[in-house]
Design a protein around this ligand. Structure first.
Ligand SMILES: Cc1cc2nc3c(=O)[nH]c(=O)nc-3n(C[C@H](O)[C@H](O)[C@H](O)COP(=O)(O)OP(=O)(O)OC[C@H]3O[C@@H](n4cnc5c(N)ncnc54)[C@H](O)[C@@H]3O)c2cc1C
Length: 594
């Protein structure tokens, strides 16, 4: 593999060009370059030697050594309490992309989630079709004796054992007293019981020990981040003569030609140095794969004339393909992380805190609608979804039609009918206290990503329109109440100071909805699991790519990254995205062999 930040020694032509060198991109490029020449073009640097990137315990770097991969853009003002809020949309920018800065929490979609995605018009994307690709990407390390003694378990049949990505329980396996307390709290708050494996695709409420995308480095005797770069690019076993990686360069546009029958063919890309300089172009003889992530892939397509033709015209961009769905259906979950609980003095032991080096999220609970809202919970949420109005979302370009909104609400309602989890509650030990964080899973609020300049170095306007669907607020109130319940439920409550909940500002578990709603609006933050902005769904619903990930109307332009995921069915995105990458590569190689 040849990695460089200079264009001088590169060829002018490659069989495949991959736009972006992030999580999904490097996995796709790795598989294609076994048989073909591939050029990956990444905007950020190669941070291979950077210790804050490789050390899983410093995801954003430290105050003295910030991560060279860590970037954020501000979303336009979002809904807040009596005011609007500016919320950062954090993302990775270096080889490995988001996987080089993320929290490495390794969750997977469920059977019900993948069924919902398939029901949206995506044959071949159900759980049984998708699982082999997730397995292909991973080397799962079963829990060791110590981890087993503390309750970790796994189901071998759903895992992979010789793929590039390391997935394992953190070492040391943190804080048994805290983990047991968290499991008990989840049982009491949501009525959940312990599952042997959080990745087995089960639909239905459960609590489980978290695993992470980390691997144990036997030379250093420490855990290391299993980023996409460390999984698919750097290891000796992954070296590819056919793979060239150009860093510190930004793709401006995809070059295309239009046949007499209207079909569009991608022929290459235009590229410029990330810090400015002359634009050059590279040719692609087979395909171009856009993998710049949910924040930037729509921008690449829009600059290339692929998107809403009227909008592109307003920026002076010649329309190549009128595809109004490009940039629409953009969505993110929300996180409630503001409730931090100081330890009770008696609990200040490593059995509770786990010591200094702790990965986020050691125990996770996934209640369903009926776990969260009682015996009628499924009906309550289904009714809220099916009665949601598309008007606001339509008016801000979050969907291209009311039908798309109602179809998505309908497949989500059906997923809850078959017990898709509705909330994630996870627990983090730390040196000074315990946190219980909660994340939404399947939001209905939708926004958009749109460029407002043809300059590729200017960020697009990415607006998730958080919490603009009432059902999302209803679920968020339940999320906050669940944190408060955990904090007041023994034995979890015995581990934190008596005034911890009151001091945190989070209202008591029996507070009125209105009071909790106010806390949510004042404190929520992005889930940082952006998806949907080039959705895989039928074109008439505002879809951008087909189930083969081909951009509608093109013969050889694909998108493979988080932007193709039309519903947030990956509670945390990364392991699902490796499945997307493996499936994409499989489909591309199959097309090439015809
Ligand atoms: C702080 C943080 C914590 C997270 N925690 C978790 C977690 O614990 N578990 C989990 O599963 N997920 C987590 N995620 C989410 C997950 O990391 C992302 O969803 C995932 O990495 C996205 O992958 P992607 O391939 O879609 O895009 P990315 O990995 O973002 O890759 C896109 C790449 O394209 C490059 N690029 C963009 N535009 C251009 C251009 N024009 N030309 C060239 N290159 C370009 C970017 O620099 C980037 O490297 C987290 C994310 C963040 C930011």
């Amino acid at each position: 593999t040849f990695i460089t930040n200079a264009t001088a020694m590169l060829n002018v032509s490659y069989e495949y060009i991959v736009v972006g060198g992030g999580t999904t991109a490097l996995a796709v490029a790795n598989r294609l370059s076994v048989e073909h020449t591939v050029l990956v073009i990444e905007r950020g640097p190669d941070a291979m030697e950077n210790e804050v990137v490789n050390d899983p315990f410093t995801p954003f770097g430290t105050s003295s050594s910030p991560s060279p991969c860590h970037f954020a853009m501000d979303a336009p003002p979002q809904v807040g309490l009596n005011t609007t809020r500016l919320l950062p949309l954090t993302h990775g920018r270096c080889l490995g992309g988001g996987s080089s800065i993320n929290a490495m929490m390794g969750s997977r979609p469920t059977f019900a989630g993948m069924s919902a995605l398939e029901a949206l018009g995506n044959p071949g994307w159900g759980w049984n079709d998708f699982l082999p690709f997730m397995q292909k990407s991973e080397t799962f390390t079963p829990p060791n004796a110590e981890q087993r003694a503390d309750g970790a378990d796994y189901l071998a049949v759903v895992h992979g054992f010789d793929g590039p990505v390391g997935v394992s329980f953190g070492r040391p396996f943190v804080a048994p007293a805290m983990q047991n307390a968290a499991i008990n709290a989840s049982e009491t708050v949501y009525g959940l019981s312990l599952s042997p494996d959080l990745g087995n695709g089960f639909s239905g409420g459960h609590v489980a020990h978290y695993y992470h995308h980390v691997h144990f480095n036997t030379t250093l005797q420490v855990d290391r981040r299993s980023s996409s770069a460390w999984s698919y690019l750097y290891p000796q076993t992954q070296q590819r003569a056919g793979l060239t990686v150009l860093t510190d360069h930004i793709v401006d546009t995809v070059l295309t030609t239009t046949e007499s029958n209207g079909a569009v063919t991608a022929t290459g890309v235009t590229v410029q140095p990330a810090l400015g300089g002359q634009t050059i172009s590279f040719k692609a003889t087979r395909e171009v794969i856009v993998s710049a992530g949910a924040l930037y892939s729509p921008a690449v397509l829009q600059r290339s004339g692929i998107g809403n033709a009227t909008f592109l015209k307003s920026l002076g961009i010649h329309s190549v393909l009128d595809l109004p769905g490009v940039g629409a259906n953009f969505q993110d979950q929300i996180l409630l992380t503001n409730a931090s609980f100081p330890l009770a003095p008696s609990a200040n032991t490593t059995n509770v805190t786990g010591g200094d080096n702790i990965l986020l999220g050691v125990v996770v609970s996934h209640p369903t609608a009926s776990n969260a809202f009682g015996p009628n919970g499924t009906k309550i949420i289904q009714t809220a979804l099916l009665n949601s109005s598309a008007d606001f979302t339509l008016s801000v370009g979050g969907v291209t039609s009311a039908k798309s909104f109602s179809m998505q609400a309908s497949v989500m309602a059906n997923a809850y009918h078959v017990d898709h989890p509705i909330i994630e509650l996870f627990y983090n030990p730390g040196g000074k206290g315990l946190d219980a964080w909660s994340q939404s899973i399947l939001p209905l609020s939708r926004g958009s990503v749109r460029i407002n300049s043809t300059d590729p170095t200017i960020d697009p306007i990415a607006n998730p329109h958080f919490l603009t669907a009432d059902v999302d607020i209803q679920i968020a109130i339940r999320m906050a109440r669940g944190i408060a319940q955990a904090a007041t439920t023994p034995p979890f409550s015995d581990l934190i100071s008596k005034t911890a909940l009151a001091d945190s500002g989070l209202p008591a578990p029996d507070a009125a909805d209105e009071e909790i709603r106010n806390w949510v609006l004042a404190t929520y933050t992005p889930g940082i699991h952006f998806v949907g902005s080039n959705s895989m769904m039928p074109k008439e619903l505002g879809g951008v790519v087909s189930p083969e990930l081909l951009v509608y109307g093109t013969t050889n332009l694909r998108v493979a990254d988080a932007s193709i995921v039309p519903l947030s069915v990956f509670p945390h995105t990364t392991l699902g995205l490796y499945g997307v990458a493996e499936k994409a590569a499989h489909m591309i190689l199959k097309a090439a062999s015809k």
